[in-house]
Write a protein of this length. Structure first.
Length: 150
């Protein structure tokens, strides 16, 4: 039942709407935040050198603060910002599809978790288990689940 809901297009659209509303509020209130994203869907312009990208994890954290926050914007499909990467602070414009945002975090606290599966993605059982393991490996997420069981 849960898997059906997570793959449901209406549920997915609701999650995207919430992502947009939360990001809009954070930008209006000048509140720095971070996002956990599925790195496979992210684009960089210019493309980052492999010595930088080889260190990215499948789920990667981006901190939206300072200059990056000032350059941050979004539309119906993507979040955009400019950031520096690596020791030499290599600049790149980053495009993050909204459906790739797994979490929105403020001061180390997840304020939004996107569990929906984009309709065009049909994950294999191993991918779902891997994603679940990544989610459960964060002690803060485990605390959230323990609170829910009470």
């Amino acid at each position: 039942m849960v898997q059906q809901l997570l793959r449901d297009n209406d549920f997915h659209e609701l999650m995207i709407l919430h992502i947009k509303e939360i990001i809009d509020l954070l930008l209006v209130k000048d509140t720095y935040f971070s996002i956990l994203t599925n790195i496979a869907d992210i684009t960089f312009d210019p493309v980052l050198p492999s010595e930088i990208t080889q260190h990215f994890k499948p789920i990667t954290l981006f901190v939206i603060a300072e200059y990056t926050f000032e350059t941050c914007s979004f539309d119906d499909e993507n979040l955009y910002f400019e950031a520096g990467f690596g020791h030499q602070n290599v600049g790149s414009f980053v495009t993050v599809p909204l459906h790739s945002i797994v979490q929105i975090i403020i001061e180390d606290t997840p304020v939004f978790i996107n569990l929906s599966v984009p309709p065009e993605h049909t994950p294999k059982k191993a991918d779902v288990e891997k994603s679940t393991n990544i989610f459960l490996s964060n002690p803060e997420n485990q605390k959230l689940l323990k609170k829910k069981k009470r």
